[in-house]
Design a protein around this ligand. Structure first.
Ligand SMILES: *Cc1c(COP(=O)(O)O)cnc(C)c1O
Length: 369
């Protein structure tokens, strides 16, 4: 039996006819942008996140960048970001014109270490951008405490954490801004690109709405210069269907994670992910660590189990950010994670039989069958 890392086909999710109906409805309507599907999705996703406002945009990257712009953050400013994250977190800061300043993870979860934030603050710092990495919420209370002391905004990168809970509340609840991605492989994914900002601040929501549509509220009146970064009607209709299944899919992910955690516990040379006591993660990824990653990945591939690495190259060592001048060795915890992390198959496509297969293959590969 082969176990794919992920399987996004509507048939595999039991959604073929529901998605077809949603797409046909939009095609037949003749309205493809900024229409009723988007408005309905925004209301439904805001409610899901226990927040007041949602603005749909073109991608997770747009959600982050437009939030920074809407907060007046740009050239001459710094934004504190996790050193260990997908490169888009850093890219959005750079796209807004500001400089990303990395902070190492806490070594317990893979999220930003609040204890290291103070040391990264300078007179140019305007915001902290915690990432709820792998679907596990960052320690928001601790981040907010530092932000309050220095008068900084907190912009959450929630691209991997749709539905996760921090101290019982959904990620996005009470947030100045939480940015979501609907890239197909995310827990809530479109049939293409999409993103959204969830916020409790009506003025910020209005400003982001302006920035996503050429700076215009009213057709052909432009209050500011901006591009187009819209979430289209077909994607909004698809997302409304999928949102109805998100909790069920997240529960399936949690069940798989529980089995991995139980049945892979105590193996030599395999560190399992940890969950903080205040977190209810949504297991976007199930990331293990091993000192012999290449060997484990090869053996799993031979056994038909597909794995991926999130992420092999930390942003500070990427050619994309060479101009910031970070030398190898400067962020050792992050660099070590990049060497050791391996993501096991995770998603609603993992039947109990496929999960059995992954568990057996990992145990065999580590000589523990
Ligand atoms: C996916 C992702 C993004 C970017 O989202 P896109 O929709 O691909 O632009 C940003 N940050 C993190 C942590 C992500 O995982």
């Amino acid at each position: 039996m082969k176990v794919p890392f992920l399987d996004l086909r509507p048939d595999s999710l039991g959604l073929a006819s529901e998605l077809d109906d949603a797409v046909r409805r939009v095609v037949a309507s003749g309205r493809y942008l900024l229409g009723p599907e988007l408005r309905a999705f925004e209301a439904e996703f805001a409610a899901y996140c226990e927040s007041a406002h949602c603005v749909g945009v073109g991608s997770g990257f747009d959600a982050l960048e437009l939030t920074l712009r809407a907060l007046g953050i740009g050239a001459g400013h710094e934004v504190i970001v996790p050193a260990h994250t997908f490169i888009a977190t850093w890219g959005a800061v750079a796209a807004a014109g500001a400089v990303p300043v990395p902070v190492e993870p806490d070594g317990y979860t893979a999220c930003i270490d609040p204890a290291r934030l103070d040391a990264a603050v300078t007179p140019r710092t305007r915001a902290i951008m915690p990432v709820h990495l792998y679907g596990h919420p960052a320690d928001l209370d601790a981040v907010h405490e530092v932000a309050r002391r220095h008068g900084l905004h907190v912009v959450e990168d929630a691209a991997q954490a749709h539905g996760a809970r921090y101290r019982g509340r959904r990620v996005g609840h009470g947030a100045t801004a939480a940015a979501f991605s609907f890239y197909p492989g995310k827990n809530l994914g479109a049939l293409g690109d999409g993103g959204a900002v969830v916020t409790s601040d009506p003025e910020l929501a209005a400003r982001i709405s302006l920035l996503r549509n050429y700076g215009s509220r009213e057709k052909y009146r432009h209050e500011t210069v901006s591009r187009n970064a819209r979430l289209d009607e077909i994607q909004a209709a698809v997302l409304r269907v999928k949102l109805g299944h998100l909790d069920e899919w997240n529960a399936l992910r949690a069940r798989t994670a529980d089995r991995y955690l139980t049945e892979l516990a105590g193996l030599d040379d395999l560190a399992l992910p940890t969950t903080a006591e205040w977190a209810e993660p949504v297991w976007h990824l199930f990331v293990v660590r091993t000192a012999h990653r290449a060997r484990l990945q090869r053996r799993l591939a031979e056994a038909g189990v597909e794995t991926l690495v999130h992420y092999p190259e930390p942003p500070h060592l990427s050619p994309a950010f060479a101009d910031l001048g970070w030398a190898p060795g400067s962020l050792p915890l992050t660099e070590r994670l990049a060497q050791e992390v391996l993501s096991l198959p995770m998603g609603p496509h993992l039947t109990p039989e496929r999960t059995d297969r992954v568990i057996a293959a990992v145990r065999e590969s580590l000589g523990a069958s």
